[in-house]
Design a protein around this ligand. Sequence first.
Ligand code: AHM
Ligand code: MG
Length: 281
Amino acid sequence: MSDLDDVVGSVHAVAAEVRANLAAHAGGEGGTNPSGEAQIDADVWADERFFEALSALDGVGEYVSEERETAVDCGTGYAVAIDPLDGSSNLASNNPVGTIVGVYDAELPAPGRDLVAAVMVLYGPYTTSVVAREDDEEVVEYLLDGGEVRRRSACSLPDDPTVVGIAGKRGERSAACDALVDELERELKLRYGGAMAADVRQVLEYGGLFGYPAVEGHPDGKLRVHFESAPLGYIVESLGGGSTDGERSLLDVEPTGLHDRTQTFLGDAALVERVEAALGD
Ligand code: AHM
Ligand code: MG
């Protein structure tokens, strides 16, 4: 077993436990996370469970979480960056949530080019995990069924895009972004659910584009480079798709802080090029 096997195995083991206990932790309140957002009990509880498991691994040197202000030093090895419960506001209405993990071969802050693996767990009607790793040419989806982990399929991005989901309200995005959204929503079917892991999984299934642009209140976009944008950029680019902050690949965004945010667009490579043509300087 390699250190990467241990990290992925540990994420899968905790994910099964998270799945089994989501309802019990869906209702309570937490505190405020380092991005200034209200946490719920489930965010804090899931973070603690992932921390206990991942920080105990020999191959993990740093644990960095969306729910913690600072990095936790755990020895030598990979830096693991995690959004323990992505889209947790969806729990109130019993809609999907996810877990996003980036495994970096560098101390954070670091760009996505230092990623060696990314995992996207989706707690939907059933629980799946999409895993991209530098030591595997395929991006593989697993079914997490109780304690069992079964390979489901190798992932691929469809040639013909069909869905689009861009966050924000008309008038709160830039005029250029609103114009592009108008165009794309005429060409593609609107699919936006409010949990990035679920929305990106739809893009992998049906082809298309997910985005969280700069909006009023979030001038750099809402999504965080280390925990959300770069890991999912790594998965989508490993499948031959594209990712951008409007100008460059999400893997080339250079964060200077652990909780830095970035505009985020992911999906079909040609649609990502259109985003850059519309939004780039
Ligand atoms: P979270 O990690 O605190 O749950 O926030 C990130 C989530 C993403 O999964 C999703 O794309 C976005 O927030 C949805 O935001 P909005 O409610 O503004 O559409
Ligand atoms: Mg998130």
